[in-house]
Design a protein around this ligand. Structure first.
Ligand SMILES: NC(=O)c1ccc[n+]([C@@H]2O[C@H](COP(=O)([O-])OP(=O)(O)OC[C@H]3O[C@@H](n4cnc5c(N)ncnc54)[C@H](OP(=O)(O)O)[C@@H]3O)[C@@H](O)[C@H]2O)c1
Length: 349
């Protein structure tokens, strides 16, 4: 019997998993499901840690665009390969990996078909003990990172990397404005600092801004105390405006972001945590020749590039709190409270 065949034989046949039916994370159900053997070019990954996103709150409420109902939630998992399909080459049992957010986004641009391979929204995700995934979706976790840290990479880190170092990377000396101190934002601050930018972070909390300062962020603004934070950004930049904005706020922050960006600057349209329902003011954006860049996570290729930067600079993800698998609903509640800085993680194995 081959090594692979032995490993497959010793695989459990049952895997515990959470499911949501879009009726709130409070109603997440923990249940047992049959675990099949990996076929062809699939591998079985034993999940060690899962990190939560703002998106996971939306999926749990049933308000994520095109989401599947009755789904295993969560996109961001880190684990080890425990079984290989017969056709898998180049990977071995024990390799530490993350599946990419969209399993089929290998390189290049997103397409409708690729988008619909997004874990934990369109297809069953990673909040479970074992998952079978195609080998083309796998990215190795940098050796110096734990599983908990590795689990923060597929969505928040890669989105931030794509914004800061995507098709038109920021340059050393650029000003980068980061809104808030959530998962995407803190990674963006880390990547921008590592690339020589001057970083301005806004937050609702002075305590959270202290965490950003400890990471090396040069300027901070409390947007609750200073509602004209856009004017403060212009002051900091001598009236010029910033080169890049990590726009996770959406409708309620976009007008101020447009004021705070330099002419022909980049607003990386990423999220909508600030709420509100006014449309994006396209005309004003055109008049200021701003490039509005919609971003949908990133590719395996970009994930690999990002890991080289992480490793070169030994950047450590900021993990705020770790919950056990059985405490998953508490982890969701903590994320929803927005008391966190950086990432909220669920530890399994
Ligand atoms: N397009 C993509 O590819 C992509 C990928 C990942 C995430 N996203 C989106 O990006 C957004 C952030 O996701 P996340 O997972 O990083 O969220 P998160 O960790 O839950 O972060 C939420 C943080 O947003 C900040 N915030 C709330 N209201 C704000 C406001 N008015 N102005 C500035 N900051 C505000 C708060 O930080 P403070 O308390 O410090 O203010 C809060 O802690 C979400 O809308 C998510 O859906 C998009």
């Amino acid at each position: 019997m081959t090594h692979t065949a032995e490993a497959v034989m010793s695989l459990p046949t049952i895997s515990r998993e959470y499911r949501t039916q879009g009726d709130g994370y409070q109603n997440l159900k923990l249940q047992s499901a049959t675990l099949s053997k990996p076929k062809g070019t699939e591998v079985t990954v034993k999940i060690h840690a899962v990190s939560l996103q703002f998106r996971d709150l939306m999926v749990s409420k049933g308000i994520y665009p095109q989401q599947k109902w009755d789904i295993v939630p969560c996109s961001d998992g880190a684990g080890e390969i425990v079984a290989l399909g017969e056709e898998v080459k180049g990977w071995k049992i024990g390799d530490r990996v993350c599946p990419n957010f969209a399993l089929d986004h290998i390189h290049g641009d997103v397409t409708e078909d690729i988008k619909l391979t997004g874990l934990g929204g369109h297809i069953d995700g990673v909040l479970r003990e074992y998952i079978n995934v195609p080998v083309h979706s796998l990215v190795r976790i940098p050796e110096y990172l734990s599983y908990e840290e590795g689990s923060t990479l597929p969505c928040a880190a890669l989105t931030a990397y794509n914004a800061c170092l995507g098709p038109v990377p920021l340059k050393g000396g650029d000003y980068v404005l980061v809104l808030g101190t959530g998962g995407v934002s803190i990674f963006a601050a880390q990547f921008a600092l590592a690339s020589g930018a001057i970083v301005i972070v806004t937050s609702s909390s002075d305590e959270k801004l202290q965490v950003a300062k400890k990471l090396g962020v040069q300027h901070t603004i409390n947007y609750k105390k200073n509602v004209k934070w856009d004017e403060e950004v212009l002051n900091i930049t001598g009236g010029r405006g910033v080169d890049h904005i990590i726009e996770v706020g959406g409708p309620n922050t976009i007008l101020k972001s447009i004021n705070a960006v330099r002419y022909a600057g980049w607003i990386h349209i990423i999220g909508f945590v600030s709420g509100g329902d006014n449309g994006i003011p396209v005309t004003l954006a055109i008049l200021k020749t701003i490039i509005f860049r919609g971003i949908l996570i990133g590719s395996v290729k970009q994930f690999e590039d990002m890991n080289r930067l992480l490793t070169a600079r030994q950047i450590r993800p900021v993990v705020d709190k770790v919950f056990s698998f059985e405490q998953a609903t508490e982890a969701y509640a903590y994320l929803e409270s927005q008391h966190h800085v950086g990432k909220v993680v669920i530890k399994l194995a």
